[in-house]
Design a protein around this ligand. Structure first.
Ligand code: SF4
Length: 382
């Protein structure tokens, strides 16, 4: 009997160029033979993994192709991957409620998008980031705002009705109007989900170097929260529910795959830098294409058998990312104890500093807690 719901994440570690702020694992401009060999390795990994499980153990509820830039894959490679996945997991993508692929607007093609629909993709996540061509250039993005509009028009024509867009705010020189105008413009398209991230400067990125060499200056930090509040109110006004710190959705369009991560669901990961979490074990594959293609064994330090305490901590800090918070009844079902007992001290401290609120068996972040979400998370770690 298929009794365990799970998701599948597949990482496509290739991009047309490297964006200045990005620390995701990706190789720039791979040759078609590298893409072909990589795809073969992905299919092998799926086969090897499925040898350990019975096909009927898992009920796949969502599939996500992320990157990198998944739409860099030629259609024949994509089709091969999807058919292999369907064969090994004994499923049809057309039967799954959420099958997402991330697309980069610089590679928009109507026929490609139509084929994605035929293959069973029913949700598209478009990496927009900004609609200001100057900012896009600074970010090192390959696309322009005109490419974004073309991309969204093509997706509509291809029949996609479940579209998410990623936006960034507080990038150097980017203004509040910039992001709010982008949201308003995009809301005229059939978009039902927004992910809006504040810039985070990651080590070893092009941006980190530019800052170090004083080629670029960060925006004033004290504006960041104000912009966040205005993003929240703008999206609310446009009918989007703020359901996670950085995510907003129209009714019924929350990301199933991301909810799986935040609710400690099971997921398979395939490809370098992809993680999987099945039961109590998390595997973080190394971000190393060569090692992956050589089929090097995953180093032991990348395989984590989580203790019950660690699982409980994750339940708390991942679950609290969702604005509706966490319920003790769910915790009790899973862990046979109460979080009010297991985490009495941190809960009391957070109540005292007004970053969480309690309503019967539910705990959630307060508006103040949203501003200090990272610090709230730390409270639950021993
Ligand atoms: S397209 Fe996405 S994954 Fe690729 S470099 Fe840019 S932000 Fe990173």
């Amino acid at each position: 009997m298929k009794n365990k719901p799970a998701g599948i994440y597949i990482h496509i570690p290739f991009c047309s160029s490297k964006c200045s702020y990005c620390n995701f694992y990706s190789i720039v401009n791979p040759s078609s033979s590298v893409i072909h060999n990589y795809n073969t390795c992905l299919c092998d990994e799926i086969t090897r993994t499925l040898r350990e499980y019975s096909k009927s153990d898992y009920n796949i509820s969502s599939v996500y192709l992320g990157g990198g830039t998944p739409n860099i894959l030629p259609l024949n490679e994509l089709e091969k991957l999807i058919r292999h996945l369907e064969d090994k997991f004994d499923l049809s993508l057309n039967e799954i409620k959420e099958v997402t692929i991330e697309v980069n607007p610089n590679l928009s093609d109507l026929n490609y998008f139509k084929k994605l629909k035929d293959l069973g993709f029913n949700r598209i996540s478009v990496g927009v980031q900004s609609l200001n061509n100057g900012i896009l250039k600074l970010m090192g993005r390959k696309h322009t705002k005109e490419d974004v509009f073309n991309c969204l028009d093509y997706l509509s024509t291809a029949g996609f009705t479940n579209i998410s867009t990623d936006l960034m705010f507080n990038y150097p020189t980017q203004t509040e109007e910039d992001v709010l105008d982008a949201i308003k413009t995009l809301s005229h398209y059939p978009i039902n989900h927004f992910s809006v991230y504040s810039l985070s400067v990651e080590p070893k990125t092009i941006l980190a170097k530019q800052l170090e060499n004083k080629k670029i200056k960060l925006n004033r930090e004290d504006n960041e929260r104000k912009i966040y509040y205005h993003i929240n109110s703008t999206l609310k006004h446009l009918g989007f529910n703020h359901y996670e710190i950085s995510n907003y959705a129209k009714l019924g369009y929350e990301s199933r795959q991301n909810n799986l991560y935040w609710k400690q669901g099971r997921y398979f990961g395939f490809g370098p830098a992809a993680s999987s979490f099945l039961g109590n074990t998390r595997i973080d594959r190394p971000a190393n294409l060569k090692a992956y293609m050589n089929k090097d064994p995953i180093p032991e330090e990348n395989i984590f058998s989580l203790s019950e305490r660690e699982l409980k901590e994750e339940f708390m800090f991942l679950g609290l990312r969702r604005l509706e918070g966490i319920n003790d009844s769910d915790y009790q079902k899973r862990y046979n104890s109460s979080f009010f007992t297991d985490f009495r001290d941190p809960i009391n401290r957070l109540l005292e500093n007004k970053t969480i609120s309690i309503n019967q068996d539910n705990i959630k972040l307060t508006p103040l807690g949203l501003d200090f979400a990272d610090r709230v998370s730390l409270e639950f770690l021993l």
